[in-house]
Design a protein around this ligand. Structure first.
Ligand code: SF4
Length: 259
């Protein structure tokens, strides 16, 4: 395995500056098969954590890339775990974060939150400095239609896990919500998501739009008035709201993609 396969960037990220992306699991292991995912449908959504790449091999690859970048005078602001799938499926996630720590850079994880109902997942995520969690809807039917979760997943358990994580986490916690026309962009649904985030104590949120070709070509971006209304609903309840002119799913080259 070469570092070219597991480390990419640094790439510019609005939220993380110059981010070095780490692909610690292969495409596409995910508990969701989001209709907007740019990587395409998930062949078999999964929720059982297991081992992928060895953390020590990944850490060596990242250290080597950093050495080369520093020799060229290139700065890196964040190390970001951003595979084309769900980072918490990696059973060595905590070990990987600990192994990267000596490199002296803050560590970010972009998660879809599918496994946050596991106490051990919350504990491992808590070791990162910056965590993003996906919340597209708090309505079960909408969530099933949009995120197409593994059949065993339960939205209530995920939302409880997010609440528990937010209550204890000491790093920077942000949420990501993809707005899709006619699916989850209605005023009531958007306000319910914003209410949930506010009640969970999440202060920073990102709204994203499916501007690049998604897995489902029938999906479209909400119109400007709807996006403005959604942004306003979030801003009324949360301290900081960003609108990412984002794509979906694919990590490279941008790191602002909702996972
Ligand atoms: S957008 Fe992210 S969470 Fe959704 S299927 Fe793609 S990789 Fe998984």
């Amino acid at each position: 395995m070469s570092d070219m396969e597991t480390v990419f960037g640094p790439v510019p990220s609005r939220r993380l500056g110059r981010s070095l992306g780490i692909i610690h699991i292969p495409t596409k292991h995910c508990g969701y098969s989001c209709r907007y995912c740019q990587v395409g449908p998930t062949p078999q959504p999964e929720i059982v954590r297991h081992a992928f790449h060895a953390p020590e091999v990944l850490c060596r690859a990242v250290a080597e890339r950093l050495r080369l970048l520093r020799a060229r005078g290139e700065a890196v602001d964040y190390l970001t775990l951003a595979p084309d799938g769900e980072p918490t499926l990696d059973i060595h996630l905590g070990q990987l974060i600990d192994g990267l720590r000596p490199l002296g850079l803050p560590i970010a994880v972009i998660s879809n939150a599918t496994l946050i109902w596991h106490e051990d997942v919350r504990g491992e995520l808590a070791r990162a400095d910056w965590v993003s969690l996906k919340v597209d809807s708090v309505d079960s039917a909408t969530w099933r239609a949009l995120n197409r979760p593994h059949p065993s997943l339960k939205l209530a358990a995920i939302l409880d896990g997010i609440r528990l994580f937010a209550a204890d986490y000491r790093g920077t916690l942000v949420s990501e919500t993809m707005l899709v026309a006619g699916v989850n962009d209605d005023a009531t649904g958007v306000e319910a998501v914003a209410d949930f985030l506010a009640q969970a104590g999440i202060r920073q949120a990102c709204l994203s739009l499916p501007r690049r070709p998604p897995a489902d070509p029938l999906l479209s971006c909400p119109d400007e008035a709807v996006v403005t209304r959604a942004r306003h609903a979030f801003a009324q309840r949360l301290e900081r709201v960003e609108l990412l002119a984002a794509h979906a799913g694919k990590a490279a080259p941008a790191l602002d993609a909702p996972r």
